[in-house]
Design a protein around this ligand. Structure first.
Ligand code: FMN
Length: 329
């Protein structure tokens, strides 16, 4: 048995699962592990550090992987796209900004263009850019995003693509962390899933175990969408994007008081607190980047095992549970 969708065909992968290009957390080892397990792994290009990127591609040892960028940040350092293209990525994912300026070079390089979108306006932009794959990301997701929920965004985008760009492949993201989420996403009209938080809590992620432990102990109520973590790091995200993180003491100290946090005499001190706690593995005094899926994460395991279990469970649900729900009258 196997789950076969248009995503398998487009990416030439065994399972319709992509690992998210999580800034700082998704390095070459995680990406190569996901690819090795039958999905497609993406390196997190994040805010763009050429040396780090080169190191991660080296870690991936020529595995078939891709890379993702924060688009508004890539626009400031467009040469990073050439660096990534030189590694012949299977796909390049763009999220958070207009994909138009980068669509042509990505497709000309023979890579699939993945556009992650958070609302219908973004979906229309992805179609205009000629995306091969659209990732519809709901607000349950860890990291940056907007406000729409996965449950309504995915089928709405599916309906829109069916009319506007039927060849475009749709992937769901946000709150998907196990076989139930994968099976549900396929039922919503997606061709596959993109998973961040669950793989963030894997042995291969570049994440301090103290943060993974905090997230595993948390339930889904323990996260919040906030701008505190960006203000504290002095990263000027475009308006309306917020980041989902755990409500750590740092976040609770400042959520709702961002204007005060941004004051020069305050932010320098708090940035130091945030960064040194990030480096030393002190979850109370920094940001722990994980989504509502925290409530579904109970342990830290090898990413390949997590992926295989997800597929096995989704297959079983679709094969056994789905038909059992439909009775002839
Ligand atoms: C730790 C972390 C870092 C992330 N960094 C990025 C990023 O740099 N670029 C990006 O496009 N998405 C990023 N995301 C969002 C993912 O691409 C994806 O949409 C999200 O993880 C899916 O929801 P989930 O976390 O519930 O699986 C990040 C997510 C997490 C958890």
């Amino acid at each position: 048995m196997a789950l076969r969708t248009r995503l398998n065909e487009m990416l030439d992968v065994e399972h319709p699962i992509i690992s998210a290009p999580m800034a700082f957390a998704a390095g070459g080892h995680l990406a190569a592990t996901i690819t090795g397990a039958g999905g497609l792994g993406l390196i997190g290009g994040g805010y763009g550090d050429a040396e780090w990127l080169e190191r991660q591609f080296a870690e991936a040892r020529n595995a078939r992987i891709g890379c993702g960028f924060i688009t508004w940040s890539l626009a400031k350092r467009p040469q990073l796209l050439d660096l990534v293209i030189a590694h012949a990525p299977v796909a390049v994912m763009l999220s958070f900004g207009s994909p138009l300026p980068f669509a042509r070079p990505i497709k000309d390089a023979g890579a699939k263009l993945i556009c992650q979108i958070q609302c219908m306006d973004h979906a229309r932009e992805a179609v205009a850019a000629g995306a091969d794959i659209v990732v519809a990301q709901g607000a349950e997701a860890g990291g940056h995003g907007l406000t729409r929920a996965t449950l309504t965004l995915v089928p709405e985008v599916a309906d829109y693509l069916a009319k506007a760009a039927p060849a475009m492949v749709l992937v769901a993201a946000g709150g998907i962390a196990d076989g139930r989420g994968l099976a549900a996403a396929l039922m919503l009209g997606a061709d596959g899933v993109l998973i961040g938080s669950r793989f963030w809590a894997s042995s291969e992620a570049l994440v301090n175990p103290a943060f993974q432990e905090r997230a595993s102990a948390a339930d889904g109520d323990s996260t919040i969408r906030t701008t505190v973590v960006d203000v504290a790091r002095k990263i000027a995200w475009p308006n309306s994007f917020t980041a989902r993180v755990v409500k750590t003491r740092f976040v609770e100290d400042w959520h709702g008081r961002e204007t005060e946090l941004a004051k020069p005499e305050v932010v320098d001190r708090e940035m130091q607190r945030y960064v040194s706690a990030m480096q030393s593995g002190d979850p109370d005094n920094t940001g722990v980047w994980v989504g509502e899926a925290a409530g579904l994460i109970k342990d830290v395991r090898p990413a390949g095992d997590l992926l295989r279990e997800m597929v096995r469970d989704a297959e079983r649900l679709l094969r056994v549970r789905a038909p059992s729900l439909v009775r002839s009258a």
